[in-house]
Design a protein around this ligand. Sequence first.
Ligand code: GLA
Length: 725
Amino acid sequence: MPLISHSPDTGTWLLNTRGTSYALRIDETGAPCHVAWGPRLTLRETEELGSPSGPPASSFEGRPPVGEELPVDSGTRYGPPSLQVRYADGSRAFEWQPTRHEVLAPSPGTAELVLEFRDRLYPLEVALHYHVREDSDVIERRTVLRNAGDQHLTLLRADSAAWTLPPLPDYRLSHVTGQWSAESQLHRDRLPHGETVLTSRRGLTSHHVNPWVMLDSGEATEHHGRVWSTALAWSGSWRITVQRTPDGRSSVTGGAGHEGVPVPLAPGEEFTTPVFAGLCTDGGFGAAGRAWHSYIRAHVMPRAREIAPVLYNSWEATGFDVDQAGQKALAERAAALGVELFVVDDGWFGGRRSDTAGLGDWVPAPDRFPEGLGPLARAVHELGMRFGVWVEPEMVNPDSDLYRAHPDWVLHVPGRQRTELRNQLVLNFARQDVADWAHGWLTRLVANHGIDFLKWDMNRSFGEAGWPGQPDGADRLWTRYVTNLYDVIDRLRADHPDLRIETCSGGGGRIDLGILTRTDQAWVSDNTDAVDRLSIHHGFTQLYPARAMSAWVTDVPNQMTGRSVPLRFRFHVAMSGLLGIGGDLAQWSEEELAEGAALVAEYKKVRHLVQHGSLYRLSAPPPGDAPTVVQYAADDADEVLILAWQRGPRHGCPRLPVRLAALPPGARYRDSRTGVVHHSTVLTEYGLRLDLPAGDWASTAVHLTRVPEDLPRRQHSRHGEHGDL
Ligand code: GLA
């Protein structure tokens, strides 16, 4: 089946992904209307499906509020508009007039449909883009808006896309909410009637809600059922509105910016929205997650095929108190543990001795690093590790040389207070001079000090978001800030192809498909308590892959929660993503160092499964007495890793075997530690008995490899194919 086909007779376009179809039709008014999104269809079959638009049921109804590909603000439409425009004469509205269409093949195995329209009266051009791929069911949609006239106009709302769901007896919404140090808490609730708005007004993606939603009929489980999901590729303010109408329909519209932040369009100017990607899957939330993981690894993250190194980060060990001797001593211990990337966190630059001063002065502190970072970088490299540093390029402390020299560089409104959060102000990255300054010092820092890795942080939300001196500045900065941020990171990566970057914003405040397009991993939470991490990881991996999920083993009692759990439990939790270590190694006993080294070595044997395999959540985090269990399987199912964590077993609570997922029948698997051989049918249908030790905070890792004589005949090069360090 071609990726994109067209019936000129009915005006229908059919997009075929790997296993689904998406159909739309230009209706008699010229408006692009939704037809279908679900299992595979032929063009002939789509003819049987009417589009949701049709004659109004009464004089109070107008056009149905659900069913247009990009509902506009005009005529008798009363749903949440995806496109709302104000022209120079103050009038509003957009009436669809199709102008042309095009099918592009941007690269082998992909196709892009471009449907172009203009307003019937005013010179606003709108192009809807649909990008599909043979190897994925994700459809990427975006909209390009162009002012083709000679007067200014204003986009009061310019969403990327609207997604229409089929009629279902009920609708349920899944999404994550949170706050600093408690990100990615999963909610799965009946979708209320009316409009449910998920938004960030903070200038960044936010800890508080992440820009994705999943919808189902209320019957999907982890392993069964159809799920429709959408995710926005944008790292600034955003808004997603999920609508449920009285006549039983549902749709999702989403895009950059929150309410009241218009996008000005000067004559000839074009605005390209971020991608708002959509996915329809069968097989429950687990299958939806795995489809997103594969797509994100293959088509979003730049280097996800690489194996991520085991990292050490100094933040919880030394705080702001970093110097050459202390970091070198930590690096020696880290190297002995098997760490491959050593990262110096905050405190290495300017007058940064606490969070009150120095931010913005990006030169190594002379009293702490008298000869710069070079000697430490060399020492780390000589220990066989890569070298990374923490940076926060978008921020400044008022107590800094940078702010004293450029007080006008921050977001501000003349005459108003400049509200500090964490004693810092936001540099206006929308200004080209600020973005160029950041790129300049970053590229020099990386080049001059042999830096392999940056942890790129962003530790506050916008406030007094003004851009004095720039016409429409207070409107434009919300998008220009983000596109300039992207541009600086892209330039930096182009300058230094071997540089790897971790996205961080006080933990997980800026994680989305936009930032992941240009970063290699994400610091998902400042909360390193292994128990709290279980639910954070559970929410994170609903959409994002473990390949992006950075997790450290830190000391106990945990600095944030005061909880103490065994080292092994902390390791097993961090091993479910990109293993890092963040404890004060100077304080670790010989036994802890030995246990840590053994667990690092164990992780290295299985990390290709965690980072590149398929994730099955076999048992969600408590409440309840059951352990939390996840499975990572190689794509060919030749190897499987099971990680399980038990809070505190209740006496008398049955210890049930855990049924594994997706193993081929008739195969046998050997437990690498015990040598015991299991039959796959027993593992999937009757279950594996977990060897969880007694007592609180028990955990285990079970690595199963397929018995060679059961393997189908094929070449094996498991470890060679990953571009190891
Ligand atoms: C943020 C990060 C932390 C650490 C500190 C340093 O809070 O999320 O991991 O880097 O900044 O100030």
